[in-house]
Design a protein around this ligand. Structure first.
Ligand SMILES: Nc1ncnc2c1ncn2[C@@H]1O[C@H](COP(=O)(O)OP(=O)(O)O)[C@@H](O)[C@H]1O
Ligand SMILES: [Mg+2]
Length: 241
């Protein structure tokens, strides 16, 4: 079953085509990756599916569980169970960790806070005292964000560059929590230009210059990383990162 279907999605900005006739099916219950070089349009696609302002004026359609969500607000999409974790932390600066983790949870059981923190390898005794602010490292902050998603149990979550600005130890826990999301029945879409993150997924989509170049099993997409460029006709500088 497809939880999400993108149909002929084209997004233009300032006379530039940012997303060019994208067609994607996201199977429920799997971990998917959207990969591609910097500037390919990966975050733009995630932002468009989430319905962020500036990304709402597109042609084509977005079906979620079979119905169009094109005209729904971000909040309405979130209420249907769609969540986006931004590359840069964005939500609720200064909130106590407890409140942060339970913010999106209906049934606010406090033992869920401990469970969620332990899942991302953070000691509840230490971290429940803290606030979500600049005193946390990038890795701690990301792990607490992902603990909040774990507690929320959304149906679909986008993680935009989940390893960005995060220490190696935290990356290990981030990869663990991705497996937990899948166990809980959450469909995951990893937005990434990292080979290591791609390895965490079952299935992927390769974007270059706003176009979908190929889709399929993860192994199929490794060609892009080994060749340092997408196998496409795009005339431009190969991504040498
Ligand atoms: N709101 C916007 N207005 C104008 N251009 C944008 C906007 N958002 C993204 N872009 C452009 O779209 C292209 C793709 O960006 P992005 O989706 O962030 O790439 P990626 O996430 O793959 O690195 C870039 O050239 C970027 O400047
Ligand atoms: Mg991006």
């Amino acid at each position: 079953m497809n939880i999400l279907e993108i149909k002929n999605l084209t997004l233009k900005k300032d006379n530039r085509i940012l997303l060019d006739n994208i067609n994607i099916e996201i199977w429920a219950g799997y971990v998917h990756a959207i990969v591609g070089p910097n500037g390919a349009g990966k975050s733009t696609l995630a932002n468009t599916i989430m319905g962020l302002s500036g990304y709402r004026d597109f042609s084509g359609d977005i079906l979620y569980e079979g119905r169009s969500i094109k005209n729904l607000s971000i909040d309405e999409r979130a209420r249907l169970g769609i969540t986006l974790v931004f590359q840069e932390p964005a939500r609720f600066e200064g909130l106590p960790v407890d409140d942060f983790i339970l913010a999106g949870v209906k049934d606010k059981k406090t033992n869920l806070i401990d469970e969620a923190l332990l899942k991302v390898g953070l000691d509840p005794i230490k971290y429940r005292q803290r606030s979500v602010d600049k005193t946390l490292s990038g890795g701690e902050r990301k792990r607490i964000e992902l603990a909040s998603i774990y507690a929320m149990k959304p149906k679909l979550v986008f993680l935009d560059e989940p390893d960005s600005g995060v220490d190696i130890d935290s990356v290990k826990y981030i990869f663990e929590i991705i497996k937990e999301f899948k166990k809980n029945g959450t469909t995951v879409i990893l937005v990434t230009h990292s080979q290591e993150v791609l390895k965490q997924s079952d299935h992927g989509f390769l974007l270059c210059a706003g176009k979908l170049i190929c889709k399929g099993e993860v192994n199929k997409l490794f060609e892009y990383f080994t060749g340092k460029c997408a196998p496409c006709n795009h005339v431009g500088k190969p991504d040498k990162e």
